[in-house]
Ligand binder design. Structure first.
Ligand SMILES: NC(=O)c1ccc[n+]([C@@H]2O[C@H](COP(=O)([O-])OP(=O)(O)OC[C@H]3O[C@@H](n4cnc5c(N)ncnc54)[C@H](OP(=O)(O)O)[C@@H]3O)[C@@H](O)[C@H]2O)c1
Length: 321
């Protein structure tokens, strides 16, 4: 079948390992289903996979794509939940030590078909297109958990999102605005700050800017380059929720600030199947739709990867089939 895959780990030149070609289709084992993929979105995780981060070398070649939307053989339209846990695990799948995301052990969604456990195929609301549904399973689910499960923010409080144009960042802005938060955003260019304002940010700032007042929560995906600003921007008792470290993980902890101001730091990873179902319902009820910056046929996936690698995304990059 057609597939976009990583042929081998390539830490220095990830796009050199990106291959558009053919891979064998797999038959679903008992309890799994085969999904005809209609759309799947690009995440930074796919670039980490090309670099060989978070995946064993013997797993290559690996079909990329950790989320998507498609159709079951009985015609049911579904959105995919990427977190595949041990069948005996009970409770939050993201805490299962044996869990993997699609593309870490099992083949991903940039292909004609993908196989997943039946419970990982969540019914897609009819109001959402396949392209919109494809954005939900990773970036939007991660943002949903950061905001509604981890941060403890109440409507009316102020949140700062570090980064304006990314998949997780745009989801945080759109979800935060729809939920009644005061949303502030930093963005690296005027165009990115305008994008955030158009998505509902109440104010935007250059990276590292002194804010008019301190905020209740900061949402971090950037890491080293913004971490110090994140801690400085928090009110006493405030919380920084972190799900990624694109610019590097080795940020200075500034422990004095953390204990003296009683700041809280919460890690967050993906979300549960139930949270994905709740996210889909929230999106349906609120009428918000994910910001899609780039939509391309899967055959032109390399153009989408280049956009992300160059930091030129404008929301989600989605590939269609
Ligand atoms: N733990 C999880 O479950 C989980 C899930 C999804 C993503 N993540 C992580 O979250 C991060 C973002 O993922 P994504 O898919 O949203 O990526 P993306 O679409 O490429 O977005 C990158 C974001 O990083 C911002 N940024 C600011 N300073 C940066 C710098 N110095 N270098 C690079 N980027 C900078 C960009 O802001 P501007 O708009 O200002 O350019 C943009 O908002 C990645 O590290 C990813 O691995 C983690």
């Amino acid at each position: 079948m057609f597939a976009v895959y990583a042929s081998e780990p390539n830490p220095e030149d990830p796009l050199a390992s990106l291959t558009v070609g053919e891979r064998p289709a797999e038959d679903p084992p008992p309890g799994w289903v085969s999904v005809q993929v209609r759309a799947a979105s690009l995440n930074m995780h796919d670039i980490w996979t090309l670099r060989g981060v978070g995946i064993k070398s013997e797993q290559f070649p690996m079909i990329l794509g950790c989320d998507g939307a498609g159709v079951l053989d009985d015609g049911t339209e579904v959105v995919l939940h990427s977190v595949i846990g041990d069948p005996d695990w009970r409770g939050d799948e993201t805490l299962d030590p044996k869990r993997t995301l699609l593309t870490e052990k099992h083949q991903g969604t940039f292909a004609d078909r993908v196989i997943v456990p039946a419970r990982n195929a969540v019914p897609k609301p009819a109001e959402l297109s396949f392209v919109e549904g494809a954005a939900m399973g990773t970036a939007w689910l991660t943002a949903y958990r950061m905001l509604f499960v981890k941060s403890g923010l109440r409507p009316g409080q102020t949140m700062l999102v570090q980064g304006a144009s990314g998949g997780v960042a745009t989801a945080l802005v759109q979800l935060g605005r729809a939920a009644g938060m005061r949303v502030w955003v930093t963005g690296r260019t005027e165009a990115k700050r305008e994008l955030a304002a158009g998505l509902g940010a109440h104010a935007t700032f250059e990276p590292g800017a002194r804010l008019p007042e301190r905020v209740d929560a900061v949402f971090e995906t950037v890491g080293k380059d913004t971490w110090s600003h994140s801690l400085k921007s928090l009110k006493p008792g405030g919380i920084v929720v972190v799900c990624g470290a694109t610019s590097g993980p080795d940020a200075v902890a500034e422990l004095q600030r953390v204990f003296f101001l009683q700041l809280r730091i919460a890690g967050s990873t993906m979300g549960s199947r139930d949270e994905l179902a709740d996210l889909l319902e929230f999106v349906r009820l609120s009428g918000i739709r994910p910001q899609i910056g780039t939509e391309l046929p899967m055959t032109e996936a390399d153009r989408g990867f280049r956009t992300m690698l160059d930091g030129e995304t404008q929301g989600k990059v989605v590939f269609t089939r």
